[in-house]
Unconditional design. Sequence first.
Length: 376
Amino acid sequence: MKKIQMVDLRSQYLNIKTEIDKGIQEVIDACAFINGPAVQTFQKNLEQYLGVKHVIPCANGTDALQVAMMALNLKPGDEVITTSFTFIATAEVIALLKLTPVLVDVDPDTFNIDPRAIERAITPKTKAIVPVHLFGQTAPMEEIMEIAGKHNLHVIEDNCQAIGSDYIFKDQERKKAGTIGHIGCTSFFPSKNLGCYGDGGAIFTNDDELARQMRVVVNHGMTVRYYHDYVGVNSRLDSIQAAILNVKLGHLDEYAAKRRLAADFYDNAFANNPRLKTPCRFTRSTHVFHQYTLETRNVDRKALIEYLASKDIPAMIYYPVPLHMQKAYLDPRYKPGDFPVTEHLCETVFSLPMHTELDTEQLAHITQSVVEFLNQ
Ligand SMILES: *Cc1c(COP(=O)(O)O)cnc(C)c1O
């Protein structure tokens, strides 16, 4: 059996090697390393794929979030509402810009931000909401946009984990995750659903003025060459990474289908197991399974992960610590117990290998080993 990995980038590369190598070689032959044609082509292709007016490539997903907040001209002390169950980057940029992160709990089934909790957290200082489309499904954007509209707030979607996912509105209209709020952000970190071979990111918007502003921010706040009207940052997508992304974007839907097949295999194997709760499929979103995350019930999670490791099966905990209990983010406004759903998930969830190259033999070994541990 092929060695099981959380993400098997090498096997995926070998299947697209000819296209990838050609794309990289073209950039080197042209020596167009910064903002070369590959970047422009990728920008256009991604705009078309997402059905969004503007894609602004940048250096990584964390920068994408930071640039979005800078472009909205948020001021120190402005409150930004986000989820307590996410990767740290979301809260990190809020803190770096001296904005005030306001955390809210998540839905116990989808693990995504709970719109009712958002509404309760709004104050006169609230300026923006940052929903995270966690593990590959879109947060309830229709409700979130309604709340934002009512209170005149901006919505920045952290779409680092759900690129390619469709949000399905009540009238059945579909939009791509990341294109529903005022701004969407994504990461092309290698292990993301659309990953490059280094760092990369992008920002999406349908708003011409915000797009103009964000293009200025990513380029040192420069309006006319060497005239700087704003304090900006340097955040670019490298041309070689863009060439790789151009190839992988062509495979993105096929990759999502492969992830779904692996998820179906897991779902079937664990169906009706009283000690495991398989991922909920939110009716308003397609699932692109960035992660396959199970909730355990009365299971010694540490022992389970150790047992799997003894069978050469990796497993991870996303995420072990809620944001409000991270040392760097301890805040007198929050204490343990404030976000019971998040705290419960941090104690009980674990994620199994999920990528585009899992074969039936590997999936059978993984599921049999999990069941074996639970039955012992
Ligand atoms: C990966 C990720 C980020 C950060 O992306 P980088 O490209 O690593 O900076 C931000 N938010 C979420 C939810 C992520 O999963």
